[in-house]
Write a protein of this length. Structure first.
Length: 108
């Protein structure tokens, strides 16, 4: 599972940002046959909130579409790498500890 992060603007909800991602996919990758993701736990870093998307590994190279899109948004974005989140502005943040057998955040 690839966990990706995107800066949240004031007043935005996860759904707002993912809607922008879907619109970009439809416009720039109209032949995309399948692509899915789910909400993960948001984080805060240096006073900025970041929404999280979990993208299943089965999407292979399509996972890279998130970063291609994120670069067009004028937002800081990042990815979970080992035990830390690495952001596009060169900063890092420790990854959140997950409870053993914890379900997805949207089930809580």
């Amino acid at each position: 599972m690839a966990t990706k992060y995107i800066e949240a603007r004031p007043g935005e909800k996860w759904r707002d940002v993912t809607r922008l991602f879907v619109q970009w996919l439809q416009l720039h990758v109209p032949t995309l046959d399948s692509f899915g993701y789910s909400e993960d736990d948001p984080i805060e870093h240096n006073g900025v909130s970041f929404f999280a998307l979990s993208i299943p590994d089965r999407h292979g190279e399509k996972v890279a579409l998130f970063e291609v899109w994120a670069k067009t948004t004028d937002r800081v974005f990042g990815a979970l790498e080992k035990a830390q989140v690495v952001f596009s502005n060169g900063t890092t943040a420790p990854a959140r500890e997950r409870e053993a057998n914890a379900g997805p955040p949207w089930l809580k």
